[in-house]
Design a protein around this ligand. Structure first.
Ligand code: GTP
Ligand code: MG
Length: 197
């Protein structure tokens, strides 16, 4: 699939303020600074679409982008940013969980994981919660350019294998670099496959 058109629609503080049509949507979530906004821009070939920053905690609202006038990409705030105050963290957690559980148009959640790091408790808890809640999700490993391709593949494989202690069937996963545009076709084809079903 090619993305011919990508446009910002709305930044919403609540699920009730999100677009009201019934186009399918795909959300991108993960720890603060993992590269959600950068990945969205890479997929859309549009560096200015989602706001990125080297300072974690940039995205604080539910951001909708309309793609080819047919479906939405949703950029969510990161979870687990230590420097946010307790009240901001709680507000963001509530925003993210109510969006994921209530949003009927949500087709798939892409959970982003920095491929350089060991499995972190907060990511694992989030993924277990998605599984328990029967939310369809896919893992996207980010920043693979920071490792060699062999090492990135190995880390991703090890990371996925750790899920086997609890989950029998594992979700699909992709290895990406927004810097090098790696994994773009794979992620877009995956979305296309779902949209066509
Ligand atoms: P929050 O909105 O704060 O939760 O962050 P985010 O997950 O949207 O991350 P963002 O896309 O803003 O990127 C965070 C930092 O990581 C920026 O400095 C990016 O340039 C960098 N970054 C993102 N993706 C990649 C990548 O694939 N490779 C490299 N080398 N750097 C990346
Ligand atoms: Mg962001």
């Amino acid at each position: 699939m090619e993305i011919k058109k990508s446009e910002f629609v709305i930044s919403a503080p609540l699920v009730s303020k999100c677009p009201t049509d019934d186009k399918p949507e795909y959300a991108f979530i993960g720890r603060s600074n993992v590269g959600k906004s950068s990945l969205i821009n890479m997929l859309c070939n549009n560096k200015k679409l989602a706001k990125t920053s080297s300072t974690p905690g940039k995205t604080l609202l539910i951001n909708h982008f309309i793609i080819n006038n047919e479906w939405y990409i949703v950029d969510l705030p990161g979870y687990g940013f230590a420097k946010h105050s307790k009240s901001i963290k709680q507000r963001l957690e509530k925003m993210i969980s109510s969006y994921i559980l209530q949003r009927e148009q949500l087709v798939n959640v892409f959970v982003l994981i920095d491929v350089r790091h060991e499995q972190q408790k907060i990511d694992r808890e989030f993924i277990d919660w998605l599984g328990e809640s029967n939310v369809p999700f896919t893992i996207v490993f980010t920043k693979s350019d920071k490792l060699g391709p062999g090492k990135a593949r190995q880390n991703a494989q090890d990371w996925m294998n750790k899920l086997k202690d609890r989950w029998e069937s594992l979700p699909p996963y992709f290895i990406t670099s927004s810097e090098k545009k790696n994994g773009r076709d794979e992620v877009l084809d995956y979305i296309d496959g779902i949209n066509k079903n």
